[in-house]
Design a protein around this ligand. Structure first.
Ligand SMILES: Nc1ncnc2c1ncn2[C@@H]1O[C@H](COP(=O)(O)OP(=O)(O)OP(=O)(O)O)[C@@H](O)[C@H]1O
Ligand SMILES: O=P(O)(O)OC[C@H]1O[C@H](OP(=O)(O)OP(=O)(O)O)[C@H](O)[C@@H]1O
Ligand SMILES: [Mg+2]
Length: 288
């Protein structure tokens, strides 16, 4: 049996649940319950705070888990877990920021004794240790942005993604401490167990296939037979497009191909010009 730790709330909870569903790992959760079953009777879910998941996986409370890379580093368990998959979402950067009107405008302006408010005391401490600066870390558990304006700290170290929160609070970024994305991590002992490892690999493959499919679309069309070669050049597909007979029309063939979602906008007019008709663009659940 595999115990899989998932964030119970917060920024990454919803996208994680969505991708797992796409991967086919249907979860049967009842309301606010802490545990849930999945379609696979050998995979059970436990819901926890994203912050606690690195520790749970490192200690073997859970076999695998999904959390932020920043949180794994903050817990200092990066050597105790295996990084199995990068979801490439949940982008966030841990940065140092000072009020726009502060005299602290760059790292050089940060003198010993400067007070830094943060939810990430360990990463922040390490960052300054490397620089040889002795700052005072003020640990907060949220809404860090307010700290410099109420006299609690001089600067902050906080997560930013769009930059909106920093701008809204008149804070200026000074330096980047770490970049993070959402990751699947695994307990090292669990991965040594042959049966667990196989189950985990199966899960990784399922999630990868769903992540990969998110950037692709299936394009289908009817096209004049004599244009097939030209169309092939436009859409190589995964191993070349599928070309099939159209029973009701001898001059046309049906073409199916998997294409990058980002290419579709430019591709369709070119196909149309070559005489392609009945063009359908269809979402894909998974690509294995
Ligand atoms: N804009 C963002 N701000 C914060 N975290 C983000 C952002 N974008 C992605 N994340 C990722 O989500 C993880 C969890 O952050 P989140 O804020 O959801 O949890 P939390 O702080 O424990 O919950 P809450 O804010 O509800 O108290 C972060 O550690 C980070 O990896
Ligand atoms: O750059 P942005 O897109 O504006 O995102 C950054 C904000 O998101 C996080 O806050 P969250 O909503 O998790 O609240 P918290 O500070 O209480 O954790 C983070 O602490 C920043 O405040
Ligand atoms: Mg938060």
């Amino acid at each position: 049996m595999i115990l899989f730790a998932l964030p119970n709330k917060g920024r990454i909870s919803e996208p994680v649940m969505k991708i797992l569903e796409k991967a086919g790992l249907k979860i049967t959760a009842q309301g606010r319950s802490l545990f849930a079953n999945t379609v696979d009777k050998d995979v059970k879910i436990m819901f926890a705070r994203a912050k606690d998941i690195p520790e749970f996986v490192a200690d073997g409370v859970a076999d695998i888990g999904i959390t932020g890379y920043d949180l794994v580093l903050e817990r200092g368990v990066e050597d105790k877990v295996d990084f199995l998959l990068d979801f490439n979402f949940g982008f966030a950067r841990l940065v140092l920021a000072a009020p726009e009107n502060s005299e602290i405008k760059s790292l050089e302006d940060i003198k010993d004794g400067v007070r830094v408010a943060t939810e990430f005391p360990n990463l922040t401490r390490k960052f300054f240790e490397k620089l040889g600066k002795r700052v005072e870390i003020i640990e907060l558990s949220g809404a860090t942005e307010i700290a410099p304006f109420i006299g609690v700290a001089d600067i902050i170290s906080d997560l930013t993604s769009t930059g909106t929160t920093l701008r809204l609070n008149k804070l200026r970024e000074i330096a980047e401490i770490v970049r993070s994305t959402t990751r699947l991590i695994g307990n090292k002992e669990s991965l040594k167990d042959e049966r667990k490892r196989r189950k985990i690999e199966q899960l990784v493959l399922a999630i990868k296939s769903a992540l990969f499919a998110e950037t692709k679309k299936l394009i289908m069309m009817n096209a004049p037979k004599d244009k097939v070669e030209e169309i092939k050049k436009l859409i190589p597909g995964m191993c070349g497009p599928t070309v099939a007979k159209v029973l009701s029309n001898d001059e046309y063939v049906a073409i199916h191909a998997v294409v990058n979602e980002d290419d579709i906008y430019n591709l369709v007019p070119k196909l149309h010009e070559l005489g392609a008709r009945d063009i359908l663009i269809v979402p894909i659940e998974r690509i294995l």
